[in-house]
Design a protein around this ligand. Structure first.
Ligand code: ZN
Length: 115
């Protein structure tokens, strides 16, 4: 089986394709839309993908069990925002410094994904 750093997925109900990539900074998949005017550009390679422009994922940090108990106890806990901002070039993922995870500012190989 060919090595791939992307999991392409044709969305049968929609006009575009999705690309799933495993983000080593967030430890989760990020998905981008391609083949649509509002989507990302992709060089068509699964072994050494380049995706433009940058991928920006905003979220909030999952609350811990301890925090969940405090919320149940009536305490207000402000969600902690997270940012993951990256460029995927030639099979590598470069995290910009506005990313909030441990790989911020680093460039690493994009991990291979199971097809
Ligand atoms: Zn990420």
């Amino acid at each position: 089986m060919a090595k791939s750093k992307l999991r392409p997925c044709k969305d049968v109900d929609k006009e575009y394709d999705m690309l799933w990539l495993w983000c080593p900074g967030c430890d989760e998949y990020h998905a981008v839309k391609v083949n649509t005017p509002s989507g990302w550009g992709w060089n068509g390679s699964q072994e050494a993908p380049t995706i433009t422009p940058s991928i920006l994922v905003r979220g909030t940090k999952p609350i811990s069990d301890e925090e969940a108990e405090r919320i149940l106890g009536g305490e207000h806990i402000e969600p902690v925002p997270t940012v993951c901002h990256s460029f995927v070039t030639d099979g590598k993922i470069q995290f910009l410094t506005d990313s909030t995870h441990a790989l911020s500012g680093q460039t690493v190989d994009l991990p291979e994904v199971d097809m």
